[in-house]
Write a protein that binds this ligand. Sequence first.
Ligand SMILES: [Zn+2]
Length: 224
Amino acid sequence: MNLLYYKKKNNLICTLSLIGLALLNSCATKPPHETGHFKTPNLLELVKLDSSIHLDIKYATSNNFAGRQVYKEARAFLQLPAAEALVNANKDLKPFGYGLLIFDGYRPWSVTKMFWDITSKENKKFVANPKEGSKHNRGCAIDLSLYEIASGKEVEMTGQYDEMSERSYPGYTGGTAEQRKMRDLLRRIMEANDFTVYDYEWWHFDYKDWKSYGIENIQFSEIK
Ligand SMILES: [Zn+2]
């Protein structure tokens, strides 16, 4: 074997190995392995606990940032304590004339992985890294807005759900005073019920005990 041939062959092997590694990385289809003790999952369907909680599950339609239907069923679930806290938040809103409008709750890990893969580098702060999983995967995060009880209509906020712009930030100072007032009312009521808003999304809230639950990847139809 002459030297030139040997070098070429070596380069080819290196290139093939790199491609193989990249493929392995991008094709990881399993949730990350987690160590530690987690509570037994107990995902509850929100509308079964309180029928005055309204749903607008965008991922069950093609009207979402992925541009395709992600869920087969328009349903929303949270782990029991988070679900109970949410029902309480909905009750707290009633005297103001508003109710909760849910966009998404528990989300299988495979969906988080898909969102990550289709999102550009500069917008990655709006999606969770599948290596760590999302708090949605733990059944302890909720995406939501408000509806007006009198009209049943969605309340206007400073930005749209999943907009991926500075209008999504809970501290955004633009928009109208009324929009900011509504956004801040949602936040105040959720915080009073043990949820914390995400720094980049006015609609995303994490329940305080999210660390107690592991990452799940079951589909809605598999939830008992
Ligand atoms: Zn979210």
